[in-house]
Design a binder for this molecule. Sequence first.
Ligand SMILES: *Cc1c(COP(=O)(O)O)cnc(C)c1O
Length: 337
Amino acid sequence: MHLSRFPRVFLAHLPTPLERMDRLSEALGIDLWIKRDDCTGMSTGGNKTRKLEFLFGEALDQGADMVMTQGATQSNHARQTAAFAARLGLKCHVLLEDRTSYNNANYNNNGNVLLDHLHGATTEKFPGGHDMPAEMERAAQKKRDDGHTVYVIPGGGSNPTGALGYVNCALELVCQANNANLKIDRVVHATGSSGTQAGLVTGLCAMNTGIPVLGIGTRAPQPKQEQMVYDLACKTAEKLGCPGVVQREDVMANTDYVGEGYGLPTESGIEAIRMFAELEGILLDPVYSAKGAAGLIDLARKGTFKDERVVFLHTGGSVGLFGYDFAFDHADRWVNL
Ligand SMILES: *Cc1c(COP(=O)(O)O)cnc(C)c1O
């Protein structure tokens, strides 16, 4: 758990606040706290910032002058990677996969895409279902042939290096809870490429906290999601020097809130966005945090978290709202008094 052994750039705004949500707690009948990883900094923040501290640490260590990564059109990971590259003076190229087939102008040019470009990154588009890791290797080789030293970051920054960022988050969260004499019964968050959950679970297990983590799926079906998280958690534990610390049953994902598919807004997600925005002034995003919150809300209403103090890890993503404005009907907010 001695993270200083690993190369890292210190750009995140840490520790992120741990805040009680009074109005949501009352509405949901649980003791709800939010770990504000939407406030990590770097082009509005989000969960990728913690991972990128370690990934860019490694990139600089290897003498990279360029980074490459991939994601969906409205990838938060792409935007935060572009911001890190700008800050550290590296070139950045991003391969974007069209997973939704939206023709919408805001989806394709606003939100995260606008920020990718403002940070100086170049982007390249591919159809949904394309072999993106293979495409990225091809693109990286091309740039290497041009004389660049390219550091390739996997989608979502989810490898053992990136997951160290969430081992660090586990340390930070437990420290905050201990200092505030706050017993945490459960952590809930949106899970996708799996690095966030893998890092958290590894950190919480290595510290023997007994705090369960529930990932709410945003893409893959449950067996695949849990296997991805478990595999990465095992590799992360090995990297940390504590192999075997994570058991298969420590990895829990509920994938009932994905809806039609990745990046496609759901009714329960839209309701979650409205609830968090109206009751607490907190912004979620339709692709990840809203689906995570939809799971939190539904399970709370069903009594799954009865008498529990639940920490919702807010993974960020609100910039995506500006690429998804079409998903919200808000004409009734214009009034004449
Ligand atoms: C990437 C992302 C997630 C999922 O995190 P993973 O580490 O990929 O599982 C959740 N929420 C937001 C806003 C994200 O951008």
